[in-house]
Design a binder for this molecule. Structure first.
Ligand SMILES: NC(=O)c1ccc[n+]([C@@H]2O[C@H](COP(=O)([O-])OP(=O)(O)OC[C@H]3O[C@@H](n4cnc5c(N)ncnc54)[C@H](OP(=O)(O)O)[C@@H]3O)[C@@H](O)[C@H]2O)c1
Length: 269
């Protein structure tokens, strides 16, 4: 079934900045109506985005505020979306955080929070929305994953492990959904210039930037939507990233691949 976002409702979490905000604008350009999610404290930012998009793109925009660090945040978010009584065609699971540092040094609380936001909220929203999509016999789930999903990521071990979970879940569920009209896609960017990389403890430079540089969120968003419309289920933006992250870990001995990851993901001094 052809994927077309025009005049369809798209839910995007973490739409107040970075890749989420860029995706929201690309969907608006496609003529989609938007349900945008953000933290309650970002209300002023998201309301501005809402006004701007309504004015420029002549689409409908609704906003929903929830904190996914709370265990019931994702379920409450879904219920708020349902109250809007829109038929949701596409869910973009995007809200996320990162925690950089050694597993044994980063606090239990910090890493547990990351798992709640980046894993549990993705899982819950995907599970809740997919049932509606199966019933309506059409739907698109886009999980913003990462190249970190494809091999262990020393220095942000839990972040990579969570992305690997999201990757495995997305690809498995996509197979289960064959013939239902519903598809599940992952977008797997490498490092992208967003506030995420300015989070506490994240180094100014890591060795990997020398190879990959920093992508622009607008480019990632534009390419991602194009790839999804073409039916791509796993999309790694950039030819070099595709070779390095999809193919190299498959042919290199695991020990060597992990050693290289430990080196290139370390801070550049
Ligand atoms: N940047 C990269 O290098 C990169 C690479 C690969 C994949 N990704 C993935 O891309 C996605 C978006 O990240 P980004 O780089 O665009 O980062 P970002 O600019 O920091 O955006 C993250 C979004 O998630 C929201 N968020 C954070 N904590 C939340 C919570 N507890 N409840 C609800 N919303 C919350 C943020 O809201 P606030 O603005 O209020 O904090 C923001 O809107 C993430 O899943 C990330 O893992 C990023």
């Amino acid at each position: 079934m052809a994927i077309n976002f025009n005049n369809r409702w798209v839910v995007i979490t973490g739409a107040s900045s970075g890749i989420g905000k860029a995706l929201a604008e690309c969907f608006a350009r496609e003529g989609a109506h938007l349900i945008l999610g953000a933290l309650p404290e970002e209300k002023h930012i998201l309301e501005n985005i809402k006004c701007e998009f309504q004015k420029h793109y002549h689409i409908e925009v609704a906003t929903v505020y929830q904190d996914f660090a709370k265990t019931d945040g994702a379920v409450k978010f879904y219920r708020q979306c349902k109250k809007l009584q829109k038929s949701v065609y596409c869910l973009v699971n995007n809200a996320g955080i990162i925690a950089y540092g050694y597993f044994h040094e980063l606090s239990h609380k910090t890493q547990h929070r990351l798992i709640t936001i980046n894993l549990m909220a993705y899982f819950s929203l995907m599970r809740l929305f997919i049932e509606d999509m199966i019933q309506q016999k059409e739907g698109v789930i886009i999980n913003i994953s990462s190249v970190s999903a494809f091999q262990p990521t020393p220095h942000h071990a839990v972040y990579g492990a969570v992305k690997a979970f999201v990757q495995s879940l997305s690809e498995a569920v996509n197979q289960e959904c064959r013939g239902t009209g519903v598809s599940v896609h992952t977008i797997n960017p490498s490092y992208t210039d967003t506030p995420l990389l300015k989070t506490n403890n994240f180094p100014d430079k890591i060795w990997w930037y020398r190879i990959s540089g920093l992508a622009k969120p607008q480019d990632i968003a534009r390419k991602a939507i194009k790839a999804v419309k073409k039916g791509k289920r796993v999309y790694v933006p950039g030819v070099m990233n595709t070779c390095i992250h999809l193919f190299l870990p498959r042919i290199l001995p695991r020990k060597l691949s992990n050693l290289i990851a430990n080196y290139v993901l370390g801070a550049e001094t």
